[in-house]
Every structure is written in C-alpha cells, then in structure tokens.
Design a protein around this ligand. Structure first.
Ligand SMILES: NC(=O)c1ccc[n+]([C@@H]2O[C@H](COP(=O)([O-])OP(=O)(O)OC[C@H]3O[C@@H](n4cnc5c(N)ncnc54)[C@H](O)[C@@H]3O)[C@@H](O)[C@H]2O)c1
Ligand SMILES: [Zn+2]
Length: 208
C-alpha cells in the first residue's frame, strides 16, 4: 500500500545508460509514451552487458545515440572516443561506454534529483524536438535515440542561428548523424511540429 522496493534489470543499451538509472523513469503502454513510471530510486540497477549479445544492431545504435548525448554535453575526450568507434564501424567497449554514461547521469541526478534547480534539464539536450518528432510520427518511425540525434542537430542549428554555438560544433553534430546513418526521410509541417514542441514539459510561460 505504500509502494514496493524494486530493482532494474535493463536489457537494452539505451536502458542501461539512461532510463534505468536516476529515478523518474517510465515505460510506454499502448499508444502512450512514458506514461507508467516511478519517481523513486531503485534499490539496485543490475547491468549485465551479456544481454547486448542478442540486442538487434538498430537498438545498439539507438543506445549509442544517447551515449553521444552525454559526450556532447560533458566530455570532449569521450566524444572523440565514441566518434572513433563509429568511424571504425564497430562498438566493442560496452563496459567503458556504459560506465561513462552512468557516471555522468549519476553526477547530474545527485545535484538535481527532482529537476528543481535546472541542472537535470541539461540531460534533455535535443529532447524537445525529439519528443515532438516522435509524437509527430506516432512513435512509429523513429526509435527514441534516433529522434534524439535529430533533436540535438536541430538544437545546435537553433544555437548556431542565435550565435550561441560555433559552425564547427554544428558540423560535428551533423557528422555524427552521417556516421550513424540515420535518415530523417519525413516531410514535416513546421507549424504542427512547433505545436507539439510547445506541449513539451520544458516549456515555460508558453515559451521555450
Ligand atoms: N523514462 C525514461 O527515463 C526514458 C529515458 C529514455 C528512453 N525512454 C523510453 O524508453 C523506450 C525505449 O526503450 P528501449 O530502448 O530500452 O527499448 P525497448 O524496451 O522498447 O526494447 C526494444 C526492442 O528490443 C527487444 N529487446 C530488449 N532487450 C533485448 C535483448 N537483450 N536482446 C534482444 N532483444 C531485446 C525488446 O523486446 C523490443 O522489441 C522509448 O520509448 C524511450 O522513449 C524512457
Ligand atoms: Zn532520451
């Protein structure tokens, strides 16, 4: 009657590096996204990379996209490492990648568990656009990580236009998209997409 303790056993790369840790996690049911969830911290997160042996490559790339998010936000060296892995065409050092991502997520969650101070929102890089893109395509066309890569590119483009990021940074983000071989392939009605973006949790006073 007062909730139950639980442990998380993530079996996808994305869940191992993101959705299984930090509390405030949720799962999708039927047509609703992230609709059933918990704010509580698990007693334990048990990450076993053996699960990844059977995970389809598309889902490996999906998780890898979120790993790139952490690297772009926090760690240039890690970013260079991930880029090299992509250029070589294989991802092998899962324990290192997972450790790095969990380390950064934990640092942020420790500072702002309930997303009050705003520190935790740094982890939402690219997510306003990503969530809108996923909703726009009825959650059928893109995996979450794929949408996040497009979202980060979009956020970087907006930053470039506002002179908040350099052309070099924008080009780096774009290169990752090419290396991952993600294709947008969808006609977007800008107004509809903007309306979806306005519904995002990060909207403040009706503005972004
Ligand atoms: N709430 C959060 O904190 C948070 C954060 C990030 C993502 N998400 C959401 O999580 C959802 C995606 O979850 P996901 O990426 O973990 O994928 P998933 O749970 O949808 O699994 C993807 C597919 O892989 C299969 N699968 C899972 N593990 C496998 C394994 N080890 N071997 C073979 N097949 C396996 C599943 O059956 C499924 O068909 C997205 O909707 C995303 O938006 C939530
Ligand atoms: Zn995400």
């Amino acid at each position: 009657m007062r909730g139950i303790d639980f442990i998380q056993v993530p079996t996808t790369l994305l869940a191992m590096i993101d959705s299984s840790i930090g509390g405030k996690t949720a799962v999708n049911i039927t047509k609703c996204k992230n609709i059933v969830g918990v704010f509580y911290q698990p007693k334990l997160v048990w990450i076993n990379i053996c699960f990844l042996i059977t995970l389809p490559s598309q889902h490996i790339k999906n998780g890898f996209a979120e790993a790139i998010k952490y690297a772009l936000i926090f760690d240039r060296k890690f970013y260079t490492y991930l880029k090299k892995e992509l250029i070589n065409g294989f991802i092998k050092n899962f324990d290192y990648i997972i450790y790095k991502c969990c380390f950064y997520k934990v640092q942020v969650v420790k500072k702002d568990e309930k997303e009050i101070s705003g520190v935790r929102t740094t982890l939402n890089f690219g997510h306003t656009f990503a969530h809108a893109l996923e909703a726009y395509t009825s959650y059928k066309k893109f995996l979450h990580g794929e949408a996040v890569i497009f979202g980060m590119l979009f956020a970087s483009l907006v930053s470039l236009k506002l002179k908040l990021c350099s052309k070099k940074t924008f080009k780096e983000v774009k290169q990752i998209l090419t290396l991952l071989d993600f294709k947008l392939n969808v006609k977007i009605n800008t107004r509809q997409l903007l309306n979806l973006m306005k519904k995002d949790k990060k909207t403040t006073s009706g503005e972004h």
